[in-house]
Design a binder for this molecule. Sequence first.
Ligand code: ADP
Ligand code: K
Ligand code: ZN
Length: 434
Amino acid sequence: MRAWDPRIEEMPIDELKKIQYRYFKSLVYRLYSFSDFYHRRMKEANVHPDDFNSLEDVKKLPFMYKTDLRDSYPNKIFTASTDELVRYHVSSGTTGKPTVVGYTQKDLDLWTQSVARSLTACGLGRGDVMQVSYGYGLFTGGLGLHYGAEKIGATVVPTSVGNTERQIELMQDLNVTAIACTPSYLNHMGEVADKMGVSIKNDTLLKTAILGAEPWSEQMRDHIQNKMGILAYNIFGTSEISGPMFCECSEQNGIHIWGDIAYTEIIDPETQEVLPPGEKGELVMTVLQKEALPMIRYRIGDITYLDESQCPCGRTHPRIGRLSGRVDDMLIIRGINVFPSQVEHALMSIPEVLGQHFMIIVEREGTLDNMLVQVELKQEFFSDKINDLMDIKRKVSHTLKNSLNVSAAIEIMAPNSLPRFEGKAKRVIDRRNI
Ligand code: ADP
Ligand code: K
Ligand code: ZN
């Protein structure tokens, strides 16, 4: 199928902008009348819904932060009553206290619609069997992908995370063609399959992976695609905007943000200026049609850039580039900004180590930050000659220094000695604030 909803997905850009504006305008009117929170904000900013005459006028409103949700815990900020709510999700609180999000039936329908468009854009549809190995439950990943996959007529195997050997057996027995999970879990699955003597490439029908919920690198994509003989697509979302819902298309070159669903701004996190397309900054989203939990200029915090160029797939909706982590994932090591995803990127380019399995440990000695990077050696490079190991360590050290501009101590670890993750990977231990 070319597109799930070609009328919307391929609509001329100026028409799309008109639709965005129309949704935005009715959103501000609705919130002015029905949301204490937003009514107060508009008063404070000295604006009235009549003052919004273009989409760019969104700038007249202040940003929204995760703390706005925490301060109104659990649901004081919602604009739907319990009568109208049909579901809650609760974020895992990767960066602090958990937040509660809520959905009306229409909110769920739109989320499902968004996932349906995204999965279709990756070539999935009827006849596909999709194993959903994201966590089911309070986390949005499992149910989000589940409903979207059913919508497009795929057959869902709702395995959730864990019990990996059984997942691999089911993948074979049920002729699974697609999987949705975190990139770290798919890597882990690959290793468990190896141990079971199962080659995902040769012994299964898997051809597509929909991977997200954490940053991953282009090198990781190459690794997964080559090892498993599949195509891997990047899907993005956060619980505050509904859940995972925006994804790459067959071009694998940027994540389409459905413009009728969300309006994207990229800002300089320090000056808060809106940046032009192509410039990297912090992702800010306004969700245009949400009923239960409206989000205007929400500081998502992930670093990316906007791409408004026409995608060869024919979809007119703008794209964002691969997300390299949240502003608050960024480590500052001796004044230099380091994202864990950059470390992964560098390690993946070194043939002797398993770049997908690493840990970063940061400590402070006096006033100096010390970064230790642990990475696993590949089995085939295992050697009892100390010199061989020293050579590899030097190589890792040089590669990291070149790409991060900061030196790190390196520890080469035995294969399979570092933790494996079923959900989002936690690769940083920062002991500086303890
Ligand atoms: P929590 O905040 O509890 O971790 P969420 O599901 O809301 O739960 O997490 C959303 C965050 O996960 C995003 O802001 C981003 O940092 C990360 N994330 C999700 N998908 C991707 C992706 N494809 N690439 C990079 N990071 C991602
Ligand atoms: K997160
Ligand atoms: Zn495209």
